[in-house]
Design a protein around this ligand. Structure first.
Ligand code: NI
Length: 173
């Protein structure tokens, strides 16, 4: 398993709609392993393929945040929200592609998601709490949408300018 480089906003690849995964190949299995490794290493609770420059509809997540909790890694291929609750919830969201920036985002409190698992089977599951927020945040990435796109333009521009500055500093080393 390899920790891959995470793209930092702003990057045109984070704004693109990604392609469906046709079938689960060895490359896809390797990508899933690497994405989980990259997510745990960061550390984060979710990661989408475009964040590691793979323009495919694939996400990983593990929202078990307690230090001593059993890891619950999930790999979702071609995930789709098939139902969402009218009830909404607000979470202070962050993103590995927008380091150290957090803002409140309101989303449906519960969603039902359908996806293909690594064994090629169709899965369907209802998510709530942090898992619901996380799965929606990650699926957004597959459509080129970031959590800051939910914020007011001024706040979004402020965060983007901070990230541009961070990237200049990173480039200088
Ligand atoms: Ni994100």
């Amino acid at each position: 398993m390899t920790v891959r480089n995470i793209l930092i906003h702003p990057d045109p690849r984070l704004k693109k709609v990604t392609d469906p995964v046709a079938s689960v190949s060895d490359d896809i299995r390797r990508l899933a392993d690497d994405m989980l490794e990259t997510m745990y290493d960061a550390p984060g609770i979710g990661l989408a393929a475009p964040q590691v420059a793979k323009m495919l509809r694939m996400i990983v997540m593990d929202c078990e945040k307690e230090e001593d909790a059993t890891p619950a890694p999930m790999v979702l291929i071609n995930p789709q929200v098939v139902w969402s609750s009218d009830e909404r919830s607000v979470y202070d969201e962050g993103c590995l592609s927008i380091p150290d920036q957090y803002a409140e985002v309101e989303r449906p409190a519960e969603v039902e998601v359908e996806w293909m698992s690594l064994d090629g089977k169709t899965q369907r599951e209802k998510f709530d709490g942090l898992w619901a927020t996380c799965v929606q945040h990650e699926i957004d990435h597959l459509d080129g949408k970031l959590f800051i796109d939910y914020l007011k333009p001024l706040k979004r521009q402020m965060i983007t300018r901070k990230m541009q500055k961070l990237k200049r500093e990173m480039a200088r080393g």
